[in-house]
Design a protein around this ligand. Structure first.
Ligand SMILES: [Zn+2]
Length: 362
């Protein structure tokens, strides 16, 4: 099997983990470990790091590898690899549930449609032909009911507008009670396999890697943010202990970390410029760090939406956040999401940050 691997790769037989592919590269800058969907374990490390040191790293992470393998196996079960028998079971369930759902929702909102067919489509949840026949994927049965209904309503709206025009979206928004954007986001989250949870001490090493990735990225972008070693391990540790650190898992890897606090932010007490929009209690979002391989996938956008959900749970209607003047990606995202630029705040280090505020009930 060795010929499958590149010339520099070796296979190491680990007593508990079995075969581990060792890849020593000029191009990597740190030791990293990954578990492939087929369960293969890869240990990558720079040429300047000795194999012995890399193996010590592997040893420290052995438990993590075992856990990841279990997760990967579970995901294969419920993900892409359904058995023919499982697909037939989903098909039976879909035929029982979906045509009735289409009929009910069509009546409720006054849509007219032709036939409903159920297919084993993986690329789309549904589609609507020019004759207004609906085709629905049997994999809809793996979604919660409210998202099944959302897909059905999407297709029913196509019986009126056979496109994704502004009129189409306005209609879909109306029949979903103004929740189109939110439901779309939930549906995309499922397809993208994004999950949020609180960070724990066990996540510490990965969080520090994400922080290092973010520091490198800021440096490459010539943004003078986090270049003084901030945030330190101690800061992250107290975030975790305070229950304010969050983790984003994207396709089962820890892709990002951030902090949400509801206990105020002392450096926000003074602001230069227009000033905050109001003095209500607010959530503050801090220390968003996205892993290098997970950038440009809209994760910061997902995070800010998630924070809105956290606020909704607590009856908080305001979010405040600050960012570096030169962090154009973040500033344009904040603007897009309806944050208002309120002026500048001064960090304890003396540096300035651009301050933003969003009122959720506006
Ligand atoms: Zn559509």
């Amino acid at each position: 099997m060795e010929h499958q691997y590149k010339a520099l790769d070796k296979v190491y037989k680990h007593p508990r983990l079995g075969d581990v592919v060792l890849r020593q590269r000029w191009t990597t800058s740190r030791i990293s470990l990954s578990v492939k969907p087929n369960g293969e374990v890869r240990l990558s490390y720079p040429r300047i790091v000795s194999t012995a040191r890399a193996l010590r790293f592997l040893e420290e992470k052995a438990e993590w590898v075992l856990q990841m393998r279990k997760k990967v196996a579970e995901r294969a079960m419920q993900g892409a690899d359904y058995t023919p028998a499982q697909i037939e079971a989903l098909r039976r369930e879909a035929k029982r549930v979906l045509p009735a759902m289409v009929e009910r929702l069509a009546q409720q909102h006054g849509f007219k449609y032709g036939r409903v067919t159920i297919r084993a489509t993986r690329s789309k949840w549904g589609c609507c032909t020019s004759q207004n026949n609906l085709s629905l994927s049997l994999f809809l049965m793996t979604l919660p009911t409210h998202l099944q209904e959302f897909v059905v309503l999407h297709e029913l709206c196509h019986t009126v507008h056979h496109n994704h025009s502004a009129e189409f979206h306005a209609l879909l928004d109306k029949v979903t009670g103004g929740r189109e954007a939110e439901l779309n986001r939930q549906l995309k989250g499922i397809r993208k396999n994004i999950r949020f949870r609180k960070g724990s001490i066990a996540d510490m090493e990965r969080i520090m890697e994400l922080v290092a990735d973010a520091q490198n990225w800021f440096r490459e972008q010539e943004i003078d943010q986090w270049q003084d070693g901030y945030p330190t391990r101690d800061i992250i540790l107290s975030d975790i202990v305070d229950g304010e650190n969050y983790i984003v898992e994207y396709n089962d890897i820890i892709a990002s970390t951030f902090v949400v606090s509801f206990s105020g932010e002392p450096t926000y007490n003074e602001i230069k410029g227009k000033g905050w929009l109001n003095e209500n209690s607010y959530a503050v979002v801090h220390r968003i760090a996205v892993g290098g391989e997970c950038r440009r996938k809209g994760i910061a956008n997902e995070i800010l939406h998630y924070v809105e959900e956290l606020c909704a749970e607590r009856g908080i209607c305001d979010i405040r956040i600050d960012t570096h003047r030169d962090n154009r990606a973040m500033r344009s995202l904040l603007k897009k999401l309806g944050y208002i630029h309120c002026g500048r705040i001064t960090l304890t280090s003396g540096a300035f940050r651009e301050a933003y505020h969003k009122e959720l009930n506006k």
